[in-house]
Design a protein around this ligand. Structure first.
Ligand code: TLP
Length: 346
């Protein structure tokens, strides 16, 4: 059976060019700072993001964690969205491992935080309160339909943060999707950030790894954090080699994933019993709800899986589909036909 896997862009497998680069990678002990391929990837990532330095980490979760550990002390407070991956899906790592207190604001449907609410949430200097230290945002915003936060929004957020002596962290797991969708240089989206995490192993199709980028002293601290959480890797150049290919060859093609996501959303929007959350899909993520009394999200997901179409239920009626490197425009039409049949809408 032909499988059309729309569960996530994390399912992508390395390209032939990545496998060749991995096989031929020059390696060394990266904990001693001796892996030339890791160092090359870190420098390349920093250059692409317009930051001083980069750090190769095992995952997006680790990148967010070591960033927050580097910026915040125990009892410091982080302003974060209620739909943020760092808040929802990382085991509360900032609190569990860093003693960092999350101050949760509602994410708007476009993935942003209301800046007036952010301003109001910043604590006064008062012995009763934790100290506000950092504002964390996500770009693109996964649970807000892959929404891309604009450079203009980031600038305003940056000005607010600087004016109050706060830091900004961007969970940019899919920051290149945002840059491609908005048609801007990725640097403009992170110029106001003190730290950025981005993932190689999502839409960019590398098998493993994420990067943290920021100022040199911050990266020095984040490297210490990476070691204490057991993330110091040795001959990691075999992984970093795939990451270099990801950055050099896989960024521009994200536009194809975005076009496929738009056709998927448009096709779904015409189906009875399906409510697409936002038909104006900007990146690779589509959310829709099953609104029928005889069928819920998990049931639809299971019936689609039997026919080779995989998606992820993220609620009793809510389903997520993420386009990716292994899904073609023809696959999207085939998936839509299967969905039509399963819904009895043909
Ligand atoms: N997201 C995964 C799941 O955990 C939901 C996915 O399939 O989308 N930030 C954002 C915005 C993410 O979407 C993810 C992964 C991460 C961080 C964590 O990255 P990893 O999985 O590398 O730890």
């Amino acid at each position: 059976m032909h499988i059309i896997d729309l569960r996530s862009d994390t399912i992508t497998k390395p390209t032939p060019a990545m496998r060749r680069a991995m096989a031929e990678a020059e390696v060394g002990d990266d904990v001693f700072g001796e892996d030339p391929t890791v160092s090359r990837l870190e420098a390349l990532a920093a250059e692409r993001l317009g930051k001083e330095a980069g750090l190769f980490v095992a995952s997006g979760t680790m990148g967010n964690l070591v960033s927050l550990l580097a910026h915040c002390g125990r009892g410091d407070e982080v302003i974060v969205g209620d739909q943020a991956h760092t808040y929802m899906y990382e085991q509360g790592g900032m609190a569990a491992l860093g003693g960092i207190h999350p101050r949760v604001l509602k994410n708007r449907s476009d993935g942003t935080l209301d800046l007036a609410e952010v301003r109001a949430a910043i604590r006064d200097d008062n012995p009763h309160f934790p100290r506000t230290r950092l504002i964390a945002v996500e770009n693109t915003h996964n649970r807000c339909g892959g929404a891309a936060l604009t450079a203009a929004y980031m600038r305003e957020l940056g000005e607010l943060a600087r004016g109050r002596g706060l830091l900004v962290h961007v969970d940019g797991a899919r920051i290149f999707n945002a840059a491609v969708a908005l048609g801007v240089d990725v640097r403009s989206l992170v110029a106001d950030a003190d730290s950025v995490t981005f993932c190689l192993s999502k839409g960019l199709a590398a098998p493993v790894g994420s990067l943290v980028c920021g100022r040199r002293e911050f990266i020095h601290e984040a490297r210490r954090g990476r070691k204490v959480v057991g993330g110091g890797m040795r001959q990691a150049g075999v992984l970093a080699a795939a990451g270099i290919v990801a950055l050099e060859q896989m960024v521009d093609r994200l536009a194809e994933d975005h076009a496929n996501a738009r056709s998927l959303a448009a096709g779904l929007a015409g189906l009875p019993g399906i409510q697409v959350e936002d038909v104006a899909v900007r990146t690779d993520i589509v959310f829709f709800n099953v609104v029928r009394s005889d069928l819920d999200g998990p049931q639809l997901r299971a019936r689609l899986a039997e026919r080779g179409v995989r998606m992820l239920p993220l609620g009793p009626r809510r389903i997520r589909a993420v386009t990716n490197y292994h899904v073609t425009a023809e696959d999207i039409q085939a998936a839509l036909q299967i969905i039509r049949e399963v819904l009895g809408a043909d």
